[in-house]
Design a protein around this ligand. Structure first.
Ligand SMILES: C[S@@+](CC[C@H](N)C(=O)[O-])C[C@H]1O[C@@H](n2cnc3c(N)ncnc32)[C@H](O)[C@@H]1O
Length: 385
């Protein structure tokens, strides 16, 4: 997350340095607020799940003390929207250790917002269907220091929803995780080809193409910026941040049905047509028989490039294959390992939710990072081949 933000801000229209974030647990980075950095993150950042502009933080774990602290804090807060009428909603993040039900917590935050804005002449009303601004309440912090935090969602909700996927394969990887996988592989789009040999619905190739050119995933007009004075004067357009880059990506799958799925999803993401023809190539192929020669034939531009990167997520056996398929799955992992051994100098990065993958694949990972996809615990693994 951190490396991606730095890279994006460096190529953004703003002369600003990204400060070092504070880490909170495994999954949260806290940055001091700067509207320009927040604008870049909200429009372009692909690896984050949510982006909150935190306004309030308290140790309160019960409703009454929370309301007593939250109301005066919001009353004095000049960052809140100032329009005469405001439609808003309150989303809840993880709040399992708050000592009231999620519904009650949401209710208290809603009441505090309405009461805080009333003296300013702002009529605020809840509209969950088309809110101008979404507030987020969540429990956060480290196990020793838990806090209740209220912020404004400036990232347009759950960010894995890119709005582009029309159909998915049987076990799609979440878009934010696909982007994390590509970042972890340290793919250099200017000098290395990227191959997803089991592309399913094409999530990884699509995220790779977006990362390569720095394409936006949200438009400023779809975000709450116009209601927040801090974002006044920031751009309303979002051109690619790395416009000169032509990535070379190969998306393969053994299943003929998946080929149509990939084409449909690439089209929905605006990644088809003459300008992308040589950039993203799709093919039906069994990874077990894949050779460097096949890659060069399918993706001729790769001949002039450095050794490339495999980014993939193989079938796990839980949702595909079932228990009876476990033996077959391990055979597949082993055959993949042998096929990839032909690609000397390449790297491979994958997300796998099967603990027996590492042994069967037969290469030693240089990095292992636990992660969860659709409630299946697994790990990102990175290899040099
Ligand atoms: C977990 S899914 C990949 C999901 C994909 N990353 C996405 O987000 O849509 C695994 C894919 O591996 C493909 N596959 C299984 N065996 C294969 C093989 N031997 N060669 C190539 N692809 C294979 C399946 O058809 C399936 O689409």
């Amino acid at each position: 997350m951190e490396a991606e933000l730095k890279r994006l801000v460096m190529r953004s229209p703003f002369e600003v340095r990204v400060p070092k974030p504070r880490r909170e647990g495994e999954a949260t980075l806290l940055y001091p607020f700067d509207a320009r950095i927040a604008w870049v993150a909200a429009c372009h950042h692909r690896t984050s799940s949510r982006i909150s502009w935190d306004l309030f933080s308290s140790e309160a774990v019960r409703l009454e003390p929370l309301f007593e602290e939250l109301l005066p804090s919001l009353r004095a807060d000049d960052r809140l929207p100032a329009a005469s009428a405001l439609r808003f909603s309150v989303d809840l993040g993880s709040a399992h250790d708050f000592e009231a039900s999620p519904l009650q917590l949401r209710g208290v935050v809603k009441n505090a917002i309405v009461d805080a804005l009333k003296p300013r002449g702002v009529t605020a009303e809840v509209d969950a269907d088309s809110p101008d601004v979404v507030f987020v309440a969540r429990r956060a912090g480290t196990p020793e220091h838990r806090r209740t935090v209220v912020g404004i969602d400036i990232g347009g909700g759950a960010r894995h929803r890119r709005g582009a996927r029309v159909t998915s394969g049987p076990a799609p990887l979440r878009e934010t995780m696909a982007a994390q996988l590509v970042m972890l592989s340290r793919w250099d789009a200017r000098s290395e080809p990227l191959v997803d040999p089991m592309a399913g619905g094409g999530t990884i190739p699509i995220e790779a193409a977006g990362l390569a050119v720095g394409a936006a995933i949200r438009k400023p007009g779809d975000l709450p910026f116009r209601h927040l004075a801090a974002f006044d004067g920031l751009p309303s357009e979002v051109p690619d941040l790395f416009p000169g880059t032509t990535p070379r990506i190969l998306a393969l799958d053994i299943d003929a049905e998946r080929i149509g799925t990939i084409v449909g999803n690439l089209r929905a993401a605006g990644l088809t047509g003459a300008s992308h023809e040589q950039s993203i190539v799709i093919g039906q192929k069994d990874v077990r028989t894949l050779t460097p020669d096949d890659v060069m034939k399918l993706l001729p531009a790769a001949r002039d490039m450095k050794p490339g990167v495999f980014c993939f997520n193989p079938p796990y056996g839980v949702r595909i294959g079932g228990e009876a398929g476990e033996g077959k799955l391990l055979e597949l992992y082993a055959a993949m390992g042998r096929a990839m051994a032909r690609f000397t100098g390449w790297r491979a990065a994958c997300f796998v939710a099967n603990p027996r993958f590492v042994e069967a694949f037969g290469h030693a990972p240089i990095m292992t990072k636990p992660a969860t996809n659709a409630e299946l615990p697994g790990a990102f693994l990175v290899y040099t081949l």
